[in-house]
Write a protein that binds this ligand. Structure first.
Ligand code: CP3
Length: 356
């Protein structure tokens, strides 16, 4: 409605940004490129500024968030910034006892496994992520004409951390809950969808230009499981932020079999990992959406000739996809930058993609 639209009017108008053109199905002036985890341990300036400050602590310091978000934009000349934060930030902000352990990932003190555990989960209120909103406001000034991507974890991937209590290879406790107690499962995902919506709306009101929903571990599911236990909740997230009018990206790892459903959830752009070519992904997603991806982050260790060969292949496959109904291509990796990556190689990829 009107009131809701009015709350989104602080957004900048960036008609010439290649990233937004490609995401919206218009023709960009050059092929846009950014990297998942572009802010982080691959950058010496990041390691320096983060020294002695915990990961989660840094996510609630607006000036630090702004500076870390800017670092890869300055260094690589990428076509979009991604807010420096984490998928567990809204859970921490709501009061859930968790931490991010270096080299491991999120660890949850009291795993969620029963209907009582779900009922006791705190709901996020926007004020609790006020520091994140403040960082977004600082960045909309600092970034000039470079778009800012906000993000959140999708309900399934957040649930996996809460149910397992930490990172998991097989997600066995998560799948056990899903199959043995669907009522508790859906209550959990519904609660997490509420938190994700609140977190994204806070970022949108503060001025992010696009959002990415990370369902990083959805690739652990069959298509049938995804449709029954996950899709309705991610669909609600996308529907609730539609009125902001910004591009919505949906990404997961190992999701070759789920790409069609992940598009159906309400995304304008579907992220693809490196396991299938973009022209094949385009058939699975169907026409009318853009694709993002899909260089294997490990290829960045293979030397310039190998990197160039793979970048050219991906550009050709994306062009084939766009000749048959895909509306745009945003160059990216198939998953996040690995910590030991030479940042010079990332800069070279940006230059190469822009030159092709
Ligand atoms: O992409 C960016 O540059 C923005 C920053 C960003 C971070 N986390 C910062 C971070 C984003 C988009 C995320 C999302 C995130 N967090 C996801 C989804 C994306 C994906 O990788 O699939 C997931 C699954 C998480 C959970 C998480 N947080 C993991 C698995 C880890 C890595 C643990 C480790 O140390 O290897 C984190 C910590 C984390 N989040 C770091 C960064 C830069 C590293 C911690 C540090 O620098 O001290």
């Amino acid at each position: 409605g009107m009131a809701e639209r009015a709350t989104f009017t602080s957004r900048r108008v960036l008609p010439d940004a290649p990233f937004l053109a490609a995401a919206n199905g218009r023709t960009p002036s050059h092929r846009p490129v950014w990297f998942m985890r572009q802010a982080g341990r691959s950058l010496p300036e990041y390691r320096k500024i983060r020294a002695g400050i915990g990961m989660l602590e840094s996510c609630f310091d607006p000036a630090l968030v702004s500076e870390i978000t800017m670092q890869p934009v300055r260094r690589h000349g990428v076509d979009a910034a991604i807010l420096f934060s984490d998928i567990v930030v809204p859970l921490k902000a709501a009061g859930i006892d968790l931490d991010i352990v270096a080299g491991t990932g999120p660890v949850v003190a009291n795993p969620v496994r029963s209907i009582g555990d779900v009922a006791a989960l705190p709901r996020l209120v926007p004020e609790e992520v006020g520091a994140v909103a403040e960082a977004v406001r600082l960045l909309t000034v600092e970034l000039g004409s470079t778009p800012l991507i906000g993000f959140a974890g999708a309900p399934f991937t957040l649930a996996s951390y809460l149910v397992e209590g930490g990172p998991s290879r097989n997600h066995e406790r998560t799948k056990a809950l899903m199959h043995s107690d669907p009522k508790t499962w859906h209550a959990l995902l519904s609660t997490l969808a509420d938190t994700t919506i609140t977190f994204l709306q806070a970022q949108l009101r503060a001025g992010v230009d696009a959002v990415q929903l990370f369902d990083s571990w959805a690739g652990a599911l069959s298509l049938a499981e995804y449709r029954e236990f996950v899709l309705p909740h991610s669909e609600r997230v996308f529907a609730e932020i539609q009125s902001a009018g910004v591009p919505r990206i949906h990404f997961g790892v190992g999701t070759g079999e789920l790409l069609g459903a992940m598009g159906e959830a309400g995304a304008d752009v579907v992220g693809v990992d490196w396991r299938i070519p973009l022209d094949v992904a385009a058939h699975r997603v169907g026409p009318g959406k853009a694709l993002q991806g899909n260089l294997d982050p490990s290829v960045l260790f293979a030397g310039p000739a190998a990197v160039e060969k793979q970048v050219r292949r991906i550009v050709a496959e994306a062009d084939a996809a766009m000749a048959s109904g895909t509306t745009g291509h945003i160059f990216n990796l198939g998953h996040g930058v690995l910590p030991d990556t030479d940042p010079g190689v990332l800069t070279a990829v940006v230059e190469l993609v822009h030159s092709l």
